[in-house]
Write a new protein. Structure first.
Length: 356
């Protein structure tokens, strides 16, 4: 299942809200359809959101040109900037969305001497390149992560993961699940325990489906079983993805990740984050500054279309929480492994890798 395809000027997105019961695709011909797909989680996962948003801006560019073939370059760029802000508001926590939109607008703003149609063609090439680049990034960070884990043991590993940080969340093999796939290729996976990930069940619907499709041993558990699984099943490591990492290493990820990090720390189990450097937001110093998206209360009141509470029950539904950097042993990136993340190690890592 491809997360997304760009074909004949259309963005075709796998509708992940229907998985695993149905494999359905959404064909987007307008930018607002991409925004809505991001908002409702038809496309999800920080890297995939970023790439989809870049394609959404390409659709916007073509739409602006179609509506006004004689538009000036300055008017064209102003229209794209306006649309970019609307796209950015779809998911406030995932920084890859903002990162991708910034990349697109930076390109457009550097081409003020070009015609609007020329800029549009360049933006299309840029979005395609982002998709291809994400595949390479996934492969690189997965290799670094697997090699790091195998430094400590040669035995097959038992891994616990939360939410879905796999191929469905990216354009490639995934981040956290990419590491697991790399370990599996080396015959170093004994078992993966996948948290179901309430309230939208990304672990049950997506992670378990991905791993089963690849023949990787996986056992699905409810979120409140994680502590007992850690105590009784010999979990060697926890690996998760990320939606935003601040300058001191605090990491926003799907709600429930913070609790898993506390459980891992209590059981002396190393907790790893797998994420591309585009997920770092160095404009924020700590996790306290990360905006946390709150979603529709019915996501908690219902499972699918089945109500599990009174329809007027009061609900708190944050989509993400923040794991403090003290709970994270290392972050796997496409530039290598960032050990013991904090303000100093992150600055040093980015400077050494010439990312800054």
């Amino acid at each position: 299942m491809d997360t997304m395809r760009w074909k004949n000027g259309r963005l075709i997105l796998l509708d992940q809200t229907k998985l695993p019961a149905k494999v359905m695709y959404i064909t987007c011909t307008h930018w607002n359809e991409v925004r809505d797909a991001i908002r409702i989680l038809a496309v999800r996962g920080a890297p995939a959101i970023g790439v989809a948003a870049a394609y959404g801006m390409v659709l916007a560019a073509y739409e602006v040109l179609k509506n006004n073939p004689t538009i000036t370059t300055s008017e064209y760029i102003a229209e794209l900037q306006h649309i970019s802000k609307k796209m950015d508001a779809a998911r406030p926590t995932a920084v890859n969305l903002h990162w991708a939109l910034t990349q697109v607008m930076t390109t457009a703003n550097h081409m003020t001497a070009a015609a609007a149609w020329e800029i549009t063609k360049i933006l299309e090439k840029q979005a395609i390149a982002m998709q291809h680049e994400d595949v390479a990034i996934n492969t690189a960070l997965s290799t670094y992560g697997a090699d790091e884990l195998l430094k400590y043991t040669n035995k097959p590993l038992t891994i616990l993961t939360h939410c879905n940080a796999g191929a469905l969340a990216t354009a490639g093999v995934g981040t956290a699940l990419g590491v697991i796939r790399a370990l599996h290729k080396k015959n170093r996976i004994r078992m993966v325990y996948a948290d179901e990930t309430r309230p939208l069940l990304q672990g049950a619907r997506l992670t378990a489906t991905e791993l089963m499709s690849d023949g990787i041993p996986v056992t699905l558990i409810t979120d409140n079983m994680a502590a007992w699984v850690m105590k009784t099943k010999g979990v060697d490591a926890v690996i998760v993805g990320a939606d935003r990492i601040t300058g001191n290493g605090d990491t926003a990820n799907k709600i429930g990740t913070y609790g898993v990090s506390l459980l891992a720390r209590a059981h002396h189990i190393p907790f790893y984050v797998a994420a591309p450097v585009s997920t770092f937001d160095l404009t924020l110093q700590t996790g306290a500054e990360i905006p946390i998206e709150e979603r529709n209360p019915d996501e908690v009141r219902c499972i699918g279309e089945v109500a599990i509470s009174l329809k007027n029950a009061s609900v708190f539904n944050p989509a993400f929480d923040v794991t403090p950097h003290e709970n994270i042993k290392a972050i796997f990136t496409e530039f290598g492994v960032l050990q013991n993340p904090d303000s100093y190690t992150i600055f040093k890592f980015f400077k050494q890798k010439e990312v800054l």
